[in-house]
Design a protein around this ligand. Structure first.
Ligand SMILES: CC(C)(COP(=O)(O)OP(=O)(O)OC[C@H]1O[C@@H](n2cnc3c(N)ncnc32)[C@H](O)[C@@H]1OP(=O)(O)O)[C@@H](O)C(=O)NCCC(=O)NCCS
Length: 160
C-alpha cells in the first residue's frame, strides 16, 4: 500500500487548481468551518503563507499514483496537533477515509512526534465521526461552531 505525501508548498499549478476544486465541492465545504467558496487568489495566497508557518502543514495524499485527498495539521506544538482531512470528491471508492487517516496517524506520531492528536467534527458528520472512532479517537468535549454542535476528540500516541 503506497501512500505518498506532497507538501502543499511543492505543488504544481494544476495540482493547486485540482485541490481548489475539491475544497469548493459541495460535499467537502459543507463540513468545513469556512463554508464559503474560496477564490483562486485566496487559495494561492494561503498555500504561499504555508512556507513560513511552522504551526501548520498541508499535504496532497497520493495512493498508488492516485490523488486521494488532503490531510492537514494545525496548531502544531511540541506535544499536540489538530488534524483535518477531505477525500477527493471525484473518487467513488470505499476506504479512502481510512487511507487518509492512516497517513495522518503515521505522520503525527512518527514525524511530528506529538503525544496527542486532536480532531474536531460536526456531530452531524457521521462518516468522519465513524472514521475517527475506528482509529481510536475518544470524545473529550463539545462546543458550538456556526450554530452547530462540534465534538472535540483526541487520540493519544500510546492508544493508537
Ligand atoms: C470524512 C471522509 C474523509 C471519509 O472518507 P470516506 O472515504 O467516505 O471514508 P470511508 O468510506 O472509509 O468511511 C469511513 C467510515 O464511516 C462509515 N460510514 C459511512 N457512512 C456512515 C454513516 N452514515 N454513519 C456511520 N458510519 C458511516 C464507513 O462504513 C466507514 O467505516 P468502515 O471503514 O468501518 O466501513 C470523507 O467523507 C470526506 O472527505 N468528507 C468531507 C470532508 C470532511 O467531512 N472532513 C472531515 C471534517 S471533520
Amino acid at each position: 500500500m503506497r501512500l505518498y505525501l506532497c507538501n502543499f508548498t511543492t505543488l504544481s499549478e494544476p495540482q493547486k487548481q485540482m485541490i481548489l476544486a475539491w475544497r469548493n465541492h459541495e460535499n467537502v465545504k459543507a463540513y468545513m468551518y469556512n463554508t464559503n467558496d474560496i477564490s483562486e487568489a485566496e487559495h494561492f495566497a494561503f498555500i504561499e503563507s504555508l512556507e513560513t508557518r511552522t504551526d501548520r502543514r498541508y499535504f496532497l495524499v497520493q495512493h498508488e499514483g492516485v490523488d486521494i485527498g488532503v490531510i492537514d495539521f494545525n496548531d502544531i506544538s511540541a506535544t499536540s496537533a489538530t488534524l483535518g482531512l477531505y477525500a477527493n470528491p471525484k473518487l467513488d471508492q470505499k476506504g479512502i477515509g481510512s487511507l487518509l487517516m492512516q497517513s495522518i496517524v503515521e505522520y503525527a506520531f512518527k514525524r511530528l512526534k506529538v503525544q496527542i492528536l486532536k480532531a474536531e467534527v460536526f456531530e452531524e458528520n457521521a462518516k468522519a465521526k465513524a472514521l475517527y472512532e475506528k482509529f481510536g479517537f475518544c470524545e473529550k468535549g463539545r462546543k458550538m461552531v456556526n450554530e452547530k454542535e462540534v465534538i472535540c476528540m483526541e487520540l493519544a500516541n500510546e492508544h493508537q
